[in-house]
Design a protein around this ligand. Structure first.
Ligand code: GCU
Length: 681
């Protein structure tokens, strides 16, 4: 148990790889028969661990306690290797079913741990597994990622944007990459971050905001040497760097008169610019593009489709094995709230599904998980199910824009897991979950910054960890991942402390949902910063996010029969389920239906009583978490304890505010008394 505050204010608080060196790697005799740039990284991890905890490299495999070897196809029989049971078993498993490039096998027998991989990347992941989890259980375990693209997008600006700050929707300090309009000179923090990301399987990072302002546009050209320095840091952890680029770059940076994607000079500009990027960064990952979205330029200005817009960039990247991540977040952000026929939820489907099959092979359409915008509860975007001839990446939001802004505890693993497990074809045999439909992998918006704890709220680190682990193993149990994170992050905590941390996090998303917008209706947040309640904050705005509460009822009618028709974008059985008031799941009721306050939910409660009850319960849940956390004061490090304690005070305050405003709002609108007799204002 650590009770001292070991805080070094020049460095961030250790996350799931505590300390400079892994004690799991130290104190051992280590045999490495592998090569490649990432094996150099592995070797230096062992060297550091040995300097801190003892141990040494050995030349003879039979002397080793940890063995790292690469196998190739067919496996070269090495008689010396075969003498060691763990190696023999791991190699046999590799031979029985070949390893994928990033996969590895961990085997343990007779106090020897063997890590067998087919590439240096796999070997690195195997060693990082050991660093996170310690010695594996006896036996053989195979690990390989479900998808090759596992990516974080940073919404970092180079200069502090007047409205959005250094990191758009960032709640953890400044950008770790940029300061004062430049790439930081000192990239040590980035190196520590890269190590953490690699340890959870992230292999691509876009370093700048999807809203590409003038200064950031220069990353593609003038600032390239500095971008290359960042790429060098990530490279030693097997992570490829991507840039968000401005669609109008040929005009902004190249001085052309038009960025019309069909003009030969525009395509040529992209080709030349891209070639220069690869001269500087040979393993550059590609471009992220937010086009025709919330004021960003795009192909619509030239009467071109989004496929026509994306393909010239893809053509420029293709010879270099680069990818375009083209975002599907395209909607009219100047909607007239009086017009009840336009539905923002329908927009992406309308724009992109007709283009299915028209995107180049190295375009990945990056689709937000829900049809609106990272709300606490949304149905899965029907676009993900409808595109069968386009690479699709599911975009999640690790930064807690709408889920408490890293002031509230909100572990999103269970939310993401529901999305990844969702089956558009229903529960029939052979129906594929979203996890399998994401042929372009998984992307999420990062939640880190220069904050001492990396993520502002120390417990928000669990979200970053969970995204990485789910992008590797999308159907993994999010609560098992939570326990892994707790074990790796609080290695000195006793069982009681771990259980308390688990209990605070595991239902925190459900708790957050209880005290905020009810039954899937969304928003109701302050339009200024998306934090805290403002029930009508968006109701008469241009953003297309309405709840339509009046004295009789609440919710958005998105049925085909009487509403906007959005439900019809789903295949059966969801189209019928969402359409039907009787079948629509309670937690999405108000996303799909406008109902009277006395509508009876499947839970047996009425809508209005549900609103009253859940908001009271949500605050009680937070108070329980606060009391439980207080009990950990001598059981975990004091820096973490203090920070979470402070933030829980704010969470209790804010949750109370949500409860009182929502309950009061609906009491005043509906005039319906609370069956429990609770007072409302
Ligand atoms: C949200 C968010 C913006 C962001 C946008 C996006 O609307 O509030 O800050 O730019 O999503 O995903 O592009």
């Amino acid at each position: 148990m650590t009770t001292t505050d070991t805080r070094d204010t020049t460095r961030e608080h250790p996350a799931w790889l505590p300390g400079e060196s892994s004690r799991h790697l130290g104190g051992r005799r280590v045999y490495i028969d592998a090569h490649g740039p990432l094996v150099d990284t592995v070797r230096s991890e062992f060297t550091r661990a040995m300097a801190a905890h003892g141990g040494r490299f050995v030349d003879v495999i039979t002397d080793a306690e940890i063995v790292v070897i690469l196998v190739t196809e067919p496996m070269a029989p090495n008689p010396a290797h075969a003498d060691v049971a763990a190696v023999r078993e791991a190699a046999a498993a590799a031979e029985a079913s070949p390893l994928t490039p990033e996969g590895y096998i961990l085997a343990r027998r007779d106090s020897v741990t063997a890590i067998v991989a087919a590439t240096d990347h796999g070997a690195l992941y195997g060693v990082l597994d050991l660093m996170r989890n310690g010695e594996p259980a006896p036996g053989v375990r195979r690990e390989q990622p479900a998808h090759p693209i596992r990516m974080l997008d940073h919404w970092d600006n180079m200069t502090v944007h007047p409205v959005m700050g250094a990191v758009e929707r960032g709640y953890a300090g400044d950008s770790i990459f940029f300061t004062d309009g430049e790439v930081r000179r000192d990239l040590d923090r980035v190196a520590r971050y890269a190590r953490l990301l690699a340890a959870v399987g992230i292999n691509r990072v876009a370093i700048n905001n999807v809203n590409v302002h003038r200064t950031e546009a220069l990353l593609l050209t003038d600032k390239l040497p500095d971008v290359a320095r960042v790429a060098d840091v990530f490279r030693s952890w097997g992570i490829r760097l991507h840039l968000s680029v401005n669609f109008a770059s040929p005009v902004l940076l190249g001085g052309l008169e038009s960025a019309d994607p069909l003009l030969p000079e525009v395509a040529e500009w992209w080709r030349e610019a891209t070639d220069r990027v690869y001269d500087a960064i040979p393993d550059f990952g590609g471009y992220v593009v937010k086009a025709d979205s919330e004021g960003q330029p795009g192909p619509f200005s030239y009467g071109r489709s989004h496929a026509e817009g994306a393909n010239p960039l893809a053509a420029a990247l293709a010879p270099h094995d680069g990818i375009v991540h083209w975002r599907a977040f395209v909607y009219n952000h100047h909607q007239d709230w009086r017009d009840r026929s336009t539905d923002r939820a329908k927009a992406a489907f309308g724009h992109f599904v007709p283009l299915d099959g028209q995107f180049a092979d190295n375009v990945v359409l990056q689709v937000k998980h829900g049809p609106i915008d990272f709300q606490t509860r949304e149905p899965v975007s029907p676009v993900i199910g409808a595109l069968t001839h386009t690479n699709v990446a599911v975009e999640l939001q690790v930064t807690q824009e709408y889920t408490g802004q890293q002031k509230h505890v909100c572990y999103l693993g269970p939310a993401w897991s529901e999305i990844l497990r969702f089956r558009f074809a229903g529960e029939t045999d052979g129906a594929r979950p979203v996890a399998d439909l994401a042929t372009g992998g998984f992307v999420a918006v990062s939640n880190v910054g220069t904050d001492h704890f990396l993520t502002g709220h120390p417990l928000a680190q669990a979200n970053l960890y969970a995204f990485g682990r789910l992008s590797w193993e999308p159907l993994a149990d999010p609560l098992r991942i939570l326990d892994e994170w707790i074990g790796a992050t609080f290695p000195d905590a006793d069982d009681h402390a771990r259980a308390v941390i688990h209990s605070i996090l595991d239902s925190s998303w459900a708790t957050y949902e209880k005290y905020t917008a009810p039954l899937g209706v969304g928003f109701m947040v302050s339009s200024r910063d998306h934090y805290g309640p403002d029930v009508d904050g968006y109701e008469y705005s241009r953003w297309g996010t309405y709840h339509f509460a009046d004295r009789d009822g609440v919710g958005v009618d998105r049925t085909q029969a009487t509403g906007t028709g959005f439900a019809g974008q789903y295949p059966s059985p969801w189209r019928e389920r969402y359409e039907s008031l009787a079948e629509c799941p309670d937690d999405l009721l108000l996303f799909f239906h406008h109902v009277p306050y006395d509508h009876v939910l499947k839970s047996g409660s009425t809508v209005i009583q549900h609103i009253y009850d859940t908001h009271t319960e949500g605050v009680q849940d937070v108070l329980r978490s606060q009391a439980a956390w207080a009990g950990l004061s001598n059981r975990i490090d004091s820096a973490t304890h203090e920070r979470v304690t402070t933030l829980l005070v704010e969470q209790v305050r804010s949750a109370g505010d949500w409860r009182d405003q929502i309950q009061t709002y609906f009491f005043r609108k509906s005039g319906v008394a609370d069956a429990t007799g609770r007072p409302h204002y």
